[in-house]
Design a protein around this ligand. Structure first.
Ligand code: NAP
Length: 288
């Protein structure tokens, strides 16, 4: 069961896969003032049927909003709509979950795949943070408590171990996913820099790896079910403090290193103090 106590939550790519499972788990817990803005690019389309069904079951908790991470106008419009629904309350938790995976190597990747992946996986989250920042700032100010937490105001970027410069090379032969991995390394850098920008507002910002999960993106061979991955991620999200600000963790709470590190004293994931993981278990890594 989710341990996240945030009231107002927005998640992208909420119509299937990990996004849908996250909405499901968050709408089942007992947080009384919870409101979830479940966003997807085609709310009325066939791929959003499961989300519409879920929203019907929890009409006072879930609002479906159109947001295409590859379309700056749609991001702006979604922020206006969510802003009008939030009123004076801020947004406590922004989950940048939507992403696409394109396979390929330097030899085989098309320019189109590279551009599309970068647009959806990096520029999308960047513009979403930008448009929703005022609402996160409102929530941080309104909380009246010191420090950082996802219950106060937080941005969580769903990344992957495939975006870790130190971990991915040993998996590249098995998983030639260059456009995806390059874009997620970009997302990791975005996380670190966004963390710097929002530090003064006491908005927590970090990246999370869900493990290798059986979704359309993860494929059938993945060892984890979405339920287990999301339970783990929500447990981690619920426990975050300023110590993890700018960091990169997996769904079990382990730090993932972002950069090539050959020394023993390293920086945590993308941020401060922690352990350099030399080996990664199958559930945590494998196909990213
Ligand atoms: N599954 C894994 O093993 C794994 C491992 C590491 C990291 N991750 C990360 O976990 C996150 C969720 O992945 P998943 O496994 O749930 O993937 P998934 O099942 O393929 O779902 C991807 C979601 O992103 C949405 N999306 C794609 N492009 C979008 C756009 N332009 N605008 C808005 N939504 C868009 C999809 O919506 P449509 O239905 O409209 O396409 C769908 O809801 C991703 O960030 C992924 O990189 C997953």
């Amino acid at each position: 069961m989710a341990e996240v106590k945030a009231c107002n939550i927005l998640i992208t790519g909420a119509n299937r896969g990990l996004g849908l499972e996250t909405v499901k788990q968050l709408s089942q817990d007992s947080c009384p003032k919870r409101h979830i803005f479940a966003t997807c690019r085609d709310p009325d389309g066939p791929k959003s049927e499961a989300l519409r069904e879920l929203a019907k079951k929890h009409p006072s908790v879930i609002t479906i909003i159109r947001l295409d991470a590859d379309d700056p106008c749609s991001i702006k419009e979604s922020a206006k709509k969510v802003g009008s629904l939030l009123g004076n309350s801020g947004l406590n938790l922004l989950l940048n979950n939507a992403a696409i995976l394109a396979k390929g190597t330097i030899q085989t990747s098309s320019v189109e795949d590279l551009k599309n992946t970068f647009n959806t996986n990096v520029i999308g989250p960047l513009l979403i943070i930008k448009e929703y920042l005022p609402y996160l700032q409102t929530a941080a100010k309104a909380s009246g408590t010191p420090g950082m937490s996802c219950n106060k105001a937080a941005v969580i970027n769903i990344s992957t171990v495939g975006g870790s410069i130190s971990t991915m090379p040993s998996f590249y032969g098995q998983f030639p996913l260059l456009p995806y991995c390059v874009s997620k390394a970009g997302l990791n850098m975005l996380t670190v820099l966004a963390a710097e920008e929002v530090k003064a507002d006491q908005i927590l910002c970090m990246a999370l790896h869900p493990g290798w999960v059986r979704t359309e993106l993860g494929g059938e061979k993945a060892p984890l079910e979405p339920k287990e991955s999301v339970e783990g991620m929500l447990r981690v999200i619920g426990s975050l403090t300023e110590k993890e600000h700018g960091g990169f963790l997996d769904y079990t709470g382990k730090t993932i290193p972002c950069m090539m590190q050959h020394n023993t004293s390293v920086q945590n994931g993308c941020g401060v103090h922690s352990v350099y993981i030399k080996s990664t278990s199958k559930k945590q890594a494998g196909r990213p």
